[in-house]
Ligand binder design. Structure first.
Ligand SMILES: Cc1ncc(COP(=O)(O)O)c(C=O)c1O
Length: 371
């Protein structure tokens, strides 16, 4: 048996998505900018996907900008905030994904004042500190905080952050790569200036994502080219990737509540078993996405090479955001949270396709390794 519990790193492509993508690759190979029939057909697919995606998150089609993944979308949001919208202060956290964290650090050297917020041991951002900062800073501010942490799963109360940003006239960017399609997000009700998505985290293709840009923000391109995506992102559109994302996100949104319930049950069941092995949660159990469970396990002779040993047993997991099979290389986020680096930490991340039988299999292997 092979078990894949590394769905926060990437997910298997859904069969329904594969079928649509194959059809597009075989028959709809036109360039969406071409004016002939094949081009127009490809354009229709791109625009239909844009419409589907927008309706899943309460946005308008014109607010969706296709990119080559979550990293590019995060980079574009920060680039636009600083270069087009006059941002002089960025408030973020050291628990952000590297796509945001490293971008924020880059701007700190370019005349932008950067503030990293404190957080609890559970990874919950200090919103009192956020409010105090928003109150005291003069000049344009961007708050960049992720919705679901990709390593520990902690959920940010985006509604509260959105309300604070509105109150103090700050821009708000949220990396929603690990939450879109998993948790409800309606941008008509919750005002956010920028959100980012990556198709391969929800059973679509790799190398495809989007940035939602609220229509009140006029931004320019980071990647300059032929004027695609209304001059915000140059380059021929990745039509199969975009179609995959439209299909994958529609499927995830349609079954969101049912899938979340199923995955939550699986996580609860798994966690009970893990506690018997002596596992402790990193971050929070209750305030986390049902799709992510990060634990430290007792240190034994074979658990010190835990990821490697699980891999040999046919179980794919990771130690953090980078896939580090073989040995635990250490994670910035766990270090920031003060997790003991001597005990082996594992991130188990689930999808709607995982089963109880797979959990039983992994528990059996862990019992052997952590003996
Ligand atoms: C929270 C978060 N943001 C951004 C990314 C980057 O997305 P992509 O792999 O599409 O560049 C990831 C993927 O690991 C992620 O988990």
């Amino acid at each position: 048996m092979k078990v894949y519990f590394d769905n926060a790193a990437t997910t298997p492509v859904a069969e329904e998505v594969i079928q649509e993508v194959v059809e597009v690759m075989r028959h709809q190979y036109g360039n969406p900018s071409s004016i002939h029939q094949q081009g127009r057909d490809a354009r229709s697919l791109v625009e239909l996907s844009r419409k589907k995606i927008a309706s899943c998150i309460g946005a308008q089609s014109s607010e969706i900008v296709f990119t080559a993944g979550g990293t590019e979308a995060d980079n574009l949001a920060l680039h636009a905030a600083v270069h087009d919208l006059g941002v002089k202060h960025i408030i973020s956290s050291k628990l952000e994904h590297s796509a945001v964290y490293n971008s924020v650090k880059k701007y700190a050297t370019q005349d932008v004042q950067v503030y990293f917020l404190n957080f609890s041991p559970a990874g919950e951002i200090d919103l009192h500190e956020l409010e105090a900062l928003l109150k005291s800073i003069e000049g344009k501010v961007l708050v960049s905080l992720m919705h679901v942490n990709n390593e520990i799963g902690t959920i940010l109360p985006v509604e509260r952050v959105s309300a604070l940003c509105l109150q103090y006239n700050a821009l708000f960017h949220s990396d929603t790569v690990q939450s879109i399609g998993h948790l409800p997000l309606n941008l008509t009700n919750t005002k956010i200036d920028f959100v980012t998505c990556s198709a391969h985290k929800l059973h679509g293709l790799k190398g495809t994502g989007f940035l939602y840009v609220s229509k009140k923000n006029k931004i320019s391109a980071q990647i300059v080219g032929g004027g695609q995506e209304r001059d915000i992102r140059g380059g021929t559109e990745n039509v199969p990737g975009i179609v995959s994302m439209g299909k994958a996100l529609s499927m995830s949104c349609a079954a969101m509540a049912v899938d979340a319930e199923k995955v939550k049950e699986l996580k609860n069941y798994f966690y009970k078993e893990l506690q018997e092995i002596g596992a402790t949660v990193n971050g929070s159990y209750d305030a986390a996405s049902p799709y992510i469970l990060n634990v430290s396990l007792p240190k034994t002779a074979s658990s010190s090479m835990l990821l490697f040993n699980l891999d040999i047993e046919g179980v794919a997991v990771s130690g953090g955001s980078a896939c580090s099979s073989g040995s635990h290389l250490g994670s910035r986020v766990l270090k920031e949270l003060g997790v003991d680096s001597e005990t082996p930490a594992v991130r188990f991340s689930f999808s709607r396709y995982n089963t109880k039988e797979e959990v039983d299999f992994v528990v059996e292997k862990l019992k052997k390794i952590c003996k």
